[in-house]
Ligand binder design. Structure first.
Ligand code: PLP
Length: 373
């Protein structure tokens, strides 16, 4: 990895020690160019060849769908574009059949907890798993599951302390009870070398504005092949219409997760996300994961050496490292004044969350460590 060359693509890093990728990632020049390409294309109405501008947008979305599927190692027909992580989660919850007395299970720290208006309205019980030693144990999850459990929601990587979930073991346990597994992977994709066929999870929702480095307003949902036809789209439009009307577009009703898209998507985001994925692929997701874990380990050891109480358990398994801090907000503000960006959170007794990415260096981490009390 030519880190000097890479850092030149992120002008912000000249000024900032940016260690807050779990909040929002840093945008490289190439992603900005993707945004600009889209604007220029529309501004000049200049799609290449005979295509209309809509045909060009749709073609780019098709190309991106393939790249997104490759990136998370699933099939192209298993990817639907959405608007945000929560949008994907709601598509799943709203598309399932619920009966009074069913239950859903999720850890207490889920970012978008699975207690929704749909589950509440249908009399579905929400069973919340408590953290033990700052992580969620499979044994504790298992105790809450029974044959009325329809859906288990977990984050692949916790936004609180970066702990990762064993998705394979969880899924095996869930499927034994006939429950589906819904994963929030917004803190994982782009940071780790992920493969969502391997653990056999049912659904994965991802927003790209953190470790994928952009955009906002476009996100994606993985629906495993066997769930595509079982899940009913919770919203309908020209793209997945069920009304046999006058619409010239061919409706997508079965066989592809694209059926969960109902209208015109955030095409500018499509242009930006394609650039982001190309960028990360050029470096290689295995290399990115290796570097992220090395930097997180270096930071973890540095914090332990300073005597900090660690919120992140054991050896870090993602780029996110958190430690306890009584006054997190003033400390985060002081660091920001020094152009060092991390997150201070008052939740859970107060903690600092530091999240590097491949473009960070040990020097960035040393600068942070030397400026925290
Ligand atoms: C784990 C996780 N999921 C989801 C989100 C954001 O949700 P959405 O994409 O729906 O805005 C965040 C943002 O911090 C997050 O950390």
């Amino acid at each position: 990895m030519d880190i000097k060359k890479i850092r030149a693509d992120f002008p912000l890093l000249k000024e900032w020690v940016y260690l807050d990728n779990a909040f929002v990632g840093v945008m490289p020049r190439q992603v900005k160019e993707g945004y600009e390409e889209y604007v220029d294309l529309w501004y000049n109405f200049s799609p290449p060849g005979e295509k209309t501008i809509l045909q060009e947008w749709l073609l780019r979305a098709t190309r991106l769908r393939e790249k997104v599927a490759d990136f998370v190692k699933v099939n192209t027909n298993e990817i639907a574009f959405t608007t945000c992580t929560g949008s994907g989660l709601n598509i799943v919850v709203n598309g399932m059949d619920w009966e009074k007395g069913d239950n859903v299970v999720f850890p207490e720290w889920e970012h978008n907890a699975l207690h929704t208006n749909t589950t509440a309205r249908n009399g579905v019980e929400a069973r919340v798993i408590k953290a033990r030693d700052y992580r969620f144990e499979l044994a504790d999850i298992e105790k809450q599951i029974d044959d009325r459990t329809k859906l288990i929601q977990v984050s692949h990587v916790s936004f609180v302390n970066g702990d990762t979930m064993d998705l394979k073991a969880l899924t095996e346990m869930a499927h034994e009870h006939g429950a589906k597994v819904l994963v929030d992977a917004t803190q994982a994709v782009g940071a780790l070398d992920v493969d969502y066929h391997k653990p056999g999870v049912d659904f994965v929702s991802v927003a790209p504005y953190k470790y994928l480095m952009g955009p906002t307003g476009l996100a994606f949902l993985y629906v495993s092949e066997e769930n595509i036809d079982k899940l009913i789209p919770d919203r309908t439009g020209w793209k997945n219409q069920i009304f046999e009307g006058d619409n010239p577009e061919e409706s997508i009703s079965e066989g592809s997760a694209e059926k969960f898209e109902y209208g015109t998507i955030h095409f500018q985001g499509v242009f930006a996300l394609e650039k982001a994925i190309d960028y990360l692929n050029a470096i290689g997701t295995k290399n990115i994961e290796r570097r992220n874990l090395e930097l997180a380990g270096y930071l973890y050891d540095g914090l332990v050496a300073k005597g900090k109480g660690m919120y992140t358990p054991d050896t870090p398994s993602s780029p996110i490292v958190s430690y306890f801090e009584d006054d997190p907000l003033p400390l985060a503000a002081k660091l920001k004044d020094m152009k060092i960006k991390v997150t201070g959170r008052e939740a859970h007794g107060g903690h600092m969350r530091i999240s590097s990415h491949f473009y960070n260096t040990k020097d960035d981490i040393d600068k942070l460590l030397s400026n925290i009390p």
